[in-house]
Design a protein around this ligand. Structure first.
Ligand SMILES: Cc1cc2nc3c(=O)[nH]c(=O)nc-3n(C[C@H](O)[C@H](O)[C@H](O)COP(=O)(O)OP(=O)(O)OC[C@H]3O[C@@H](n4cnc5c(N)ncnc54)[C@H](O)[C@@H]3O)c2cc1C
Length: 294
């Protein structure tokens, strides 16, 4: 199928894009990498009367060290995340998870902002940004808002972005010293959407016990999900296989995955348990090596 007819605008600045968007509001859609939107147009699942192409807004493509963390422009390509030295040394969890998105051709075009705004509950970047306690900066014509990842993802393909707003930046806060990471997912083939995935961050205290833990899941409900009870159960424990096993079981009880043609909810829970154990074990290994970077 071909898309329904639409007007096309290619603004040269963010201000111009916001002006056009505020004039056309609900009728318009912004186009970033097009890797999700164009298939939806072709299938006529989306029928905007106007496409506002953001691809000339090079001002929105950057990765910067900022306040001990990272600021990432919304138009940064996924491939740039994978190849960034700053990400590799400062937040390798992000680069590792990004490498699971589709294939290189998709990541060459697909953007960080597009993936987050699209809010597919099985996507890697929303899951990792939730684990990272990232903040999304969205801008409308007359105001800018900062939205915590926890409130940003609202449901399947639904975020807190208003129709007249554009996601402009993601801020990823820094992490405590002696924090390790793990990312695991199951897909039918590498590059397919995840059946279930998990991002783990584990911070060790000076006495070697777990000072804090974060566990975020993709494919475990209608949005990325933090298993907060499981996270809390790890605090103060020694990072042992027995503790990881108990917490992986808890996390599998806490998530609410769907049954669909790819897998049953029970299957997803079982796999989530195995992957959580693996992700925590990997996180302990890099935290325990004294690696301060994640
Ligand atoms: C074959 C294939 C396999 C894929 N596999 C995976 C996978 O394994 N994992 C995965 O996560 N993704 C996968 N994708 C999707 C891919 O990651 C997309 O890049 C991503 O979902 C959307 O990013 P985009 O930049 O292409 O956004 P677009 O497709 O341009 O836009 C997507 C949506 O976000 C909105 N939007 C885009 N940017 C902004 C912004 N800055 N502010 C507000 N709204 C915005 C658009 O209006 C649209 O509604 C796959 C895609 C394909 C075609």
């Amino acid at each position: 199928m071909k898309p329904a007819p639409f007007d096309y605008a290619a603004p040269a600045s963010l201000d111009e894009a916001l002006t056009i968007l505020s004039d056309r509001g609900e009728d318009a859609k912004v186009l970033a990498g097009g890797q999700s939107l164009v298939p939806m147009l072709n299938l006529r699942l989306a029928r905007p009367s106007l496409l506002i192409d953001l691809n000339h807004l090079s001002e929105l493509a950057y990765i910067r060290a900022d306040d001990g963390g990272l600021s990432i422009g919304a138009l940064t390509r996924q491939r740039a995340i994978e190849r960034s030295e700053l990400i590799a040394t400062g937040y390798p969890l992000l680069g590792a998870a990004t490498s699971y998105i589709g294939h290189p051709a998709i990541r060459n075009r697909g953007t960080v902002g597009g993936s987050l705004a699209h809010a597919d509950p099985v996507s890697e970047l929303p899951c990792v940004m939730l684990a990272a306690d990232a903040q999304m900066i969205v801008r409308g014509r007359s105001r800018e808002r900062t939205i915590a990842a926890e409130s940003f993802f609202q449901s399947v393909f639904t975020t807190a972005i208003e129709p007249t707003e554009i996601l402009v930046e993601v801020h990823v806060p820094g992490l405590p010293d002696h924090t390790g990471w793990g990312f695991e997912e199951l897909a039918r083939r590498h590059g397919d959407f995840a059946i279930i995935g998990v991002a783990a961050l584990l911070s060790l205290g000076t006495d070697g016990t777990i000072a804090s833990a974060r566990l975020a899941f993709a494919g475990a409900g209608d949005r990325p999900f933090r298993a907060r009870t499981a996270e809390q159960a790890l605090v103060g424990e020694s990072p042992s296989p027995a503790a990881f096993d108990a917490v992986a079981r808890q996390a599998a009880r806490e998530i609410d995955p769907p049954t669909d043609l790819h897998a049953t909810a029970d299957y997803r829970r079982t796999v989530a348990m195995v992957l959580t154990r693996r992700a925590l074990t990997a996180a302990r290994a890099c935290a325990g090596q004294g690696r301060e970077e994640v």
